[in-house]
Write a protein that binds this ligand. Structure first.
Ligand SMILES: [Zn+2]
Ligand SMILES: [Zn+2]
Length: 174
């Protein structure tokens, strides 16, 4: 992911627009894998102010995730707004100044894109807001099918009947 800024460096204040896409490999964050279902797309405005190059725009892609409740794999669109600055300094200086470094007339955007993903990608998510999850007894995915264990569920009419029967039996015993 590279951006040629030769024209902007010659013309401070000139605002340009760019759209860049690139396929990213799998990343790892705190032991969790971050997998991307689509290339990472950057769309942004950029300009040189005489000292540094400022980029402002949005990064978007989509993540392959496993639902926290049912563990099914699903694709979640992901986007994050960004505003970053590139300076002609060493990598160490850039880190201290909380910006990115560049040399010559080309900005390398890979690290910025990777940082944005690692800092903003959700690690946990549900496949849908009303995911029913797995049956805690038999492990059936309750989004796809019902299992017989759920008939014992407190809210089912069978459970209500069963409770009533138990109550009646207790009465007789008394
Ligand atoms: Zn789910
Ligand atoms: Zn079950």
């Amino acid at each position: 992911m590279e951006l040629n800024v030769a024209a902007e460096l010659k013309t401070p204040g000139l605002v340009s627009h760019a759209q860049i896409e690139q396929v990213f490999p799998e990343m790892e964050l705190a032991g969790s894998r971050i997998r991307l279902a689509e290339p990472v797309a950057l769309e942004f405005k950029y300009s040189f102010d005489g000292e540094g190059v400022d980029l402002m725009g949005v990064l978007s892609s989509s993540l392959i995730m496993n639902c926290t409740k049912c563990n099914e794999e699903f694709v979640k669109p992901f986007s994050v707004d960004f505003s970053e600055r590139f300076l002609k300094v060493s990598d160490e200086e850039a880190e201290e100044l909380d910006c990115y470094s560049y040399a010559g007339e080309v900005l390398k955007l890979d690290k910025m894109a990777e940082d944005l993903i690692l800092l903003n990608a959700p690690l946990y998510s549900l496949c849908r807001p009303d995911c029913k999850g797995l049956c805690p007894i038999c492990g059936t995915n309750l989004n796809i099918s019902q299992c017989s264990c759920t008939a014992e569920d407190d809210s089912s009419p069978f459970a209500a009947l069963k409770r009533l029967k138990e109550l009646l039996n207790q009465d007789q015993e008394d």
